[in-house]
Structure formats: structure tokens, C-alpha cells
Design a protein around this ligand. Structure first.
Ligand SMILES: Cc1cc2nc3c(=O)[nH]c(=O)nc-3n(C[C@H](O)[C@H](O)[C@H](O)COP(=O)(O)OP(=O)(O)OC[C@H]3O[C@@H](n4cnc5c(N)ncnc54)[C@H](O)[C@@H]3O)c2cc1C
Length: 507
């Protein structure tokens, strides 16, 4: 029985383990080593003072049962028999006293945009034609009057999609004259993402394919962990892998074992590593980054980002928005929050996340890599870091009070977290939780090769090898790594005509 060690119990790692166990018919032994105390990695949530802070799923691609991604989530235990929360709108953008929501009903959003700005009719109609084309290509459609595009019509719309593929969200925003429409177009992806990424999100959400699993992120992670262990996989929490030990075999290297913090060693026939490759290569793994990944990390155009966040408890009914509210940050708060836009998200759809009569509201301001690095450096000086976190909390609190006056002075601060928190929690180099920004013209289908040159039985897997796409990308990457591992082990077994052994020693 071959022993596969998976480093990281996030979605990639859990998915890899489940696929290996499902496809291996009992031939593989799988151990997932997760340094954290809970499974899920970035798919997570935590409790504070009687409240639950849910820190991942804003939308989950693959909630439409007509899609293959839905089937994948069911196989992984994440969906299937799980109630889905289907919010009316994904977010509301507020600018200069006016608001516009991205409704589940695409036609309603289109009508609202036309009513708001008749002078932007041409650009608005073009945008919605492209969203429908995207839905046609992805094989999804919204309800009722949102008729699904026929396959030839969808193919005919490809030039229209390429128009958006070549521009960024800042350029798309500039195509509109009304300031609220400009703000709306920058709400989800900021200024520098490919506009095609925005089309994709709108297409999926309005195609009934971007909803929320009831119970939130941590519950979803726990269901996946249960699926892994029910198949016989071992999930070891608090097991941090310090080193992958390579031995020479002819002109190649082979991973023979991994060493854990604390001294234990686990023998391995194959190792799948799901942590941020930049925190792995040359550190845990004594090999450089594979060339295609090294190029991506080196390229100044490959942007990474993180976020500064806080959570508050607030009385039910005090907020004047539902779901997510996106707005520009007034100049008075920009320096403290290091960003031009803020997202406030309320959780009234999950009443159990707060004590009776209360609701959780979370604030999030994305930050660039230089700002993320400043937070990570600051965290080495605890008093200065605590001061900065307090300043962030105050800025978010005042801003929320201005936006929703009935909530002012009724907010109870629950927690503040920063890129330094992410770095400590999941070990990503700059505290980023999504892959590199998808830039205009980037091929979102292209992925880096996770194999390590010269090392035959180790593979890097996870969101970092792919364009950003969050949880479904992580799950697919796990499946891909499992297939590579299984094929390698089958070849080995055939060559040796005997199964590989498991050796576990603690020292
Ligand atoms: C605030 C927020 C909102 C998000 N919103 C969405 C959303 O709405 N929709 C969506 O699809 N995605 C969303 N995402 C992104 C999504 O969470 C990630 O894309 C996904 O979870 C990445 O999974 P992963 O397994 O590849 O990586 P990770 O989650 O980073 O998992 C890697 C794991 O490896 C572990 N690890 C690292 N080093 C070691 C070591 N040495 N030994 C053992 N274990 C180790 C880490 O602890 C971690 O658990 C969001 C993320 C955040 C933080």
C-alpha cells in the first residue's frame, strides 16, 4: 500500500485526498498534514465573544446542479443535501447617495442601469450581451426570461467576449459616464483585473451558479474533512511539515519522507504540497521553484493582494443595507485603510452566527503587496501592530457609522485581521488568499506545471498554479494532483511488481 502525504488540509489538500482514496480502491494510504487546528485553510471561520466570523465564501461557483462543478462539490462532500442560501443580490454599490445592486435577476439589473443612466445605454446593452454570451459558453442560464443562448449564438459572441478579455476593469469603468456605473464596474475586482473576470462572476451569480452553502465556510470545510476520513483518509491537525527529505536515486531525486515540526518523520511514496509554492521551494523543499512558476512570481505585472478586515456585532435592523455593500473610501480614511474601496458584508442570512437580536457585519479593504508586506513587518513589533489594528477598527467603525447612521455607536468590535494574520494562519508569503490577479489578455485556462524538475514523486498543487478562481480552482487542482500521483504510483507498482511500503517512524 503506497503512502501519499498531502501537505495542507485546505480545499486543494482535502480534494486531493478524497480523489486519491475514491479512485485508489484501497491501494493508497493518505495522510493530510495540516499545520492549523482546523481543516479548510482559507475556507474558514472562527468564534469571538459568542459570534461566528465567517471568512470565506461570498459566492461559490458550482451551486447549480446542472454544472459539472456541482457534481464535483457533491463528490467532495461540500454540497449535496446541503441547503443553499440564494441572496437576492450579490452586492450593492453606493456612490454619492445613489445605489445599484447586482441582482440575481440579470434583467432587473439591466433595467436599473438603463433607468439610472440612459446615456450609457450602448455600453450597458453591450455588457449584458457579453454576460449572456458567457452564460451560453458556460452552459448556465438565469431564471425565467433569461433565455439561454443557443450554442451557435454563444460561439458567435466570442469576439464580443474578447473585447472584455483585452481590457481591465478600470478601463471598463471608464467606458461609462455615470459615476455610480463606474463605481459598480470596479466593485468586485477593483481596477486592474481583466474585465472578463467580472463578466464571469456576473454570469455565474445570475446563472444560479454562485450561491452560499448554509452554515458558511467552516461548516463546508468540516464536511469535506468528514468525507476524507469516512473514506479512510487520515487528517492530522497541528502537524506542520518542516522538510521534505530527498534521497538520490540514480540521476534523480526522490522524496523518501517528510519531517514534522517537533521531530517526527513520516515515510512517503508520494508527496503533494498545497502551500504557497514561494513559501515551500528552497525552504521546506530543497529545490527551486519550477521555471514557469518562478517566472510568474518574478514578473512585476503578476500582482498579488491581501486584505485588512474587521468584524462587528450590530443590533438587527440597524444596518440600512443587506448582503454586501461596496463603496469608495473617503479620503479621510484612505491612508489608514490603504485602499480606495471597502466591502461591508452583513450575515443576517445566518442568524446562528450572532446572539439573538444581533447580526455580524464584516469590513474588508483589499491591499496591494507592498501594503501587505508592511503589515507583516509591523507584526514583529506587537505594540505598534496592535495600535495599527486599533486605528483600522476605528476607521471601519466610523465609516460604517457614516454609511448606516442607525448603526453608529452601536457597533461592538469583535476582531481585526490583516495580511500578517493570513501569513501566520496559512503560511502564504505575503498573506494573500487568492492567486495572481488575472490581467487583461491573460489566458485564464493556462496553468503552471507543478512538477519539480529532477524530483520524481513530489508535486506542487493549488490555486497558485492557476488563474484566480477561488474554491473551485483549488478543488480541481487537488483532483489533478491526485491523478498525477496515482499514475506515478501505478507505474512504480507495475515496475517493481510489488506495492510500495509504508514506513512511519517517530524520532
Ligand atoms: C476573505 C476571503 C474571501 C474569499 N472569498 C471566496 C469566495 O467567495 N469564493 C471562492 O471561491 N473563494 C474565495 N476565497 C478564496 C479561497 O478561500 C481560496 O482560493 C482557497 O481556499 C484556496 O485553497 P487552497 O487549499 O489552495 O489553499 P489554502 O487555503 O491556503 O490551504 C493551504 C493549507 O496548507 C496549510 N499549510 C501551509 N504550510 C503548511 C505546512 N508546512 N505544513 C502543513 N500544512 C501547511 C495551511 O495551513 C492551509 O490550511 C476567499 C478567501 C478569503 C480569505
Amino acid at each position: 500500500m503506497a503512502h501519499v502525504i498531502i501537505v495542507g488540509g485546505g480545499v486543494t489538500g482535502l480534494s486531493a485526498g478524497i480523489h486519491l482514496l475514491e479512485s485508489g480502491h484501497g491501494e493508497h494510504r493518505v495522510t493530510v498534514c495540516e499545520s492549523g487546528a482546523v481543516p479548510g485553510g482559507n475556507l474558514t471561520g472562527w468564534d469571538r465573544a459568542g459570534y461566528h466570523i465567517d471568512n470565506c465564501v461570498h459566492w461559490l461557483t458550482g451551486t447549480n446542479p446542472a454544472t459539472k462543478t456541482y457534481d464535483m462539490w457533491c463528490r467532495l462532500g461540500a454540497l449535496g443535501g446541503v441547503e443553499l442560501r440564494r441572496p437576492d443580490s450579490l452586492f450593492t454599490c453606493r456612490y454619492g447617495g445613489q445605489s445599484l445592486s447586482l441582482y440575481r435577476d440579470l434583467e432587473r439589473t439591466r433595467r436599473a442601469m438603463l433607468a439610472l443612466s440612459p446615456q450609457d445605454r450602448r455600453e450597458t446593452e453591450r455588457f449584458f450581451r457579453a454576460v449572456r454570451a458567457m452564460q451560453g459558453l458556460c452552459g448556465i442560464a438565469g431564471p425565467a426570461h433569461d433565455k439561454k443562448l443557443s450554442p451557435p449564438a454563444a460561439v458567435g459572441a466570442i469576439p464580443e467576449l474578447l473585447h472584455y478579455h483585452r481590457m481591465d476593469t478600470g478601463q471598463l469603468a471608464a467606458c461609462f459616464r455615470h459615476p455610480l456605473l463606474r463605481c459598480f464596474m470596479r466593485s468586485l475586482c477593483g481596477d486592474c483585473f481583466s474585465a472578463a473576470a467580472l463578466l464571469m462572476v456576473v454570469a455565474h451569480f445570475c446563472g444560479e451558479n454562485g450561491d452560499l452553502p448554509a452554515g458558511g465556510s467552516l461548516a463546508m470545510a468540516q464536511r469535506m474533512a468528514n468525507r476524507l476520513t469516512s473514506l479512510g483518509g487520515r487528517l492530522r491537525l497541528g502537524w506542520s511539515v518542516e522538510k521534505v527529505n530527498l534521497v538520490e536515486e540514480g540521476d534523480r531525486l526522490r522524496a523518501a519522507s517528510v519531517s514534522l515540526t517537533g521531530g517526527a518523520t513520516l515515510a512517503a511514496d508520494y508527496v503533494i504540497i498545497t502551500a504557497d509554492p514561494r513559501s515551500v521551494c528552497g525552504k521546506m523543499l530543497p529545490s527551486p521553484l519550477p521555471p514557469s512558476l518562478a517566472k510568474r512570481y518574478r514578473d512585476p505585472a503578476s500582482l498579488r493582494f491581501s486584505a485588512i478586515q474587521a468584524a462587528f456585532g450590530v443590533p438587527v435592523g440597524a444596518l440600512n443595507f443587506s448582503s454586501d455593500l461596496v463603496t469608495d473610501i473617503p479620503s479621510a480614511y484612505r491612508k489608514t485603510l490603504g485602499s480606495g474601496q471597502v466591502v461591508f458584508r452583513e450575515f443576517s442570512h445566518e442568524p446562528s452566527f450572532a446572539p439573538p437580536g444581533q447580526v455580524v457585519v464584516q469590513a474588508m479593504a483589499f491591499c496591494t503587496e507592498p501594503v501587505a508586506r508592511q503589515y507583516i513587518a509591523l507584526a514583529h513589533t506587537p505594540t505598534a501592530y496592535a495600535r495599527q489594528k486599533q486605528a483600522v477598527a476605528t476607521a471601519f467603525e466610523q465609516l460604517l457609522g457614516e454609511l448606516s447612521p442607525a448603526a453608529a455607536s452601536r457597533l461592538r468590535l469583535l476582531d481585526v485581521w490583516t495580511p500578517a494574520t493570513y501569513k501566520r494562519f496559512v503560511g502564504s508569503e505575503i498573506g494573500s488568499f487568492m492567486s495572481f490577479v488575472l490581467r487583461p489578455g491573460d489566458a485564464f485556462w493556462r496553468r503552471a506545471d507543478g512538477r519539480i524538475p529532477g524530483v520524481e514523486n513530489v508535486i506542487l498543487a493549488g490555486q497558485w498554479l492557476h488563474a484566480p478562481g477561488g474554491l473551485p480552482i483549488a478543488a480541481e487542482e487537488g483532483q489533478r494532483a491526485a491523478t498525477t500521483a496515482r499514475r506515478y504510483l501505478e507505474r512504480q507498482a507495475a515496475a517493481e511488481r510489488r506495492p510500495a511500503h509504508i514506513r512511519i517512524s517517530f524520532g
